[in-house]
Design a protein around this ligand. Structure first.
Ligand SMILES: Nc1ncnc2c1ncn2[C@@H]1O[C@H](COP(=O)(O)OP(=O)(O)OP(=O)(O)O)[C@@H](O)[C@H]1O
Length: 269
């Protein structure tokens, strides 16, 4: 899709005044947020800010507590969407997902299982030549072909994370959603992960990155949304949002924010 088509098609996500209440807790508080198809955006906030809840609202696991009235809750211009719509437009990678891969599934099966939205393959799954070919292409693109036969239980967190990205890419989603993708990665794994993510962003796939780490925000991401207490506190151009004052207020700690080679770092806390 060309960038002009992106501008004329409805937004990927259009939320206005979306609140989510679960077990008496207000997880999202009148959130208004529009995300265009193919956009690269970071949702930054402290622990408990409501970032994962926002993703769960997008994936329709959570639903607004009082829909209707002045509440807008749309995905690609639709008020209703299902798992099938989601799957073809959004690829999701989260720590929750990684934890479900506890069996000894090979790297290739991890990616292939994306076609069936399953955790590994089962006898009932009919794997076609086209699926095999797509899986080869993805393993190659993500530079993880050497992991194809390695069991998921015997590889590092960073390697597993890249295979899960592969799993999320099988349907060629327009957007990849990553929830805290760098948790538990060491410096080398972080370096490789960033490289992979930049390659995906540059290939035209939109990135919605949820994080509490500033250096996770790859240079391709130009828009940053700050969240705290279930609400959007700031939303704008990265350089205007990632300031000492705004980041300090967000995390309630004095910080100095500096930029280096397109990455942002908070120091002095
Ligand atoms: N099902 C639930 N019922 C009640 N409270 C919940 C539920 N899910 C989350 N919460 C609470 O809602 C708040 C927001 O949680 P959420 O997981 O969305 O935050 P987060 O920004 O993703 O945090 P983190 O960075 O720690 O993962 C937290 O205080 C959490 O304890």
């Amino acid at each position: 899709m060309t960038s002009s088509a992106h501008l004329s098609s409805p937004p990927l996500v259009e939320f206005r005044n979306v609140s989510v209440v679960r077990d008496g807790h207000r997880l999202l508080d009148a959130v208004s947020l529009t995300i265009r198809e193919g956009e690269h955006i970071a949702i930054l906030g402290p622990n408990g800010a409501g970032k994962s809840s926002l993703i769960r609202a997008i994936t329709r696991e959570y639903y607004p507590s009082s829909p209707g009235g002045d509440v807008t809750f749309r995905f690609r211009g639709q008020n209703r969407w299902d798992a099938f719509d989601l799957r073809s437009h959004i690829g999701l990678v989260s720590g929750d997902l990684q934890q479900t891969f506890t069996r000894s599934i090979s790297g290739r099966e991890v990616v292939l299982s994306g076609f069936f939205s399953s955790i590994g393959l089962f006898l009932s799954h009919e794997v076609t030549d086209a699926m095999e070919q797509k899986t080869d292409e993805i393993l190659e693109f993500l530079e993880v072909a050497h992991l194809a036969d390695r069991p998921m239980t015997e590889i590092s967190s960073g390697e597993a994370r890249r295979l899960l990205i592969g799993r999320a890419l099988v349907h060629d989603p327009g957007t990849l959603v990553l929830d805290e993708p760098t948790n538990s990665l060491d410096l080398h794994a972080l370096h490789t992960f960033r490289k992979t993510l930049r390659k995906i962003a540059q290939s035209g796939t939109g990135i919605i990155l949820v994080t509490h780490n500033l250096p996770d925000i790859i240079p391709e991401i130009s828009r940053v949304v700050l969240m705290r207490d279930g609400a959007v506190r700031m939303d704008g151009e990265k350089a205007e949002v990632l300031t000492d004052g705004a980041v300090g207020d967000l995390f309630r700690v004095p910080v100095r924010v500096r930029e280096e080679d397109g990455y942002y770092y908070a120091t002095g806390y």
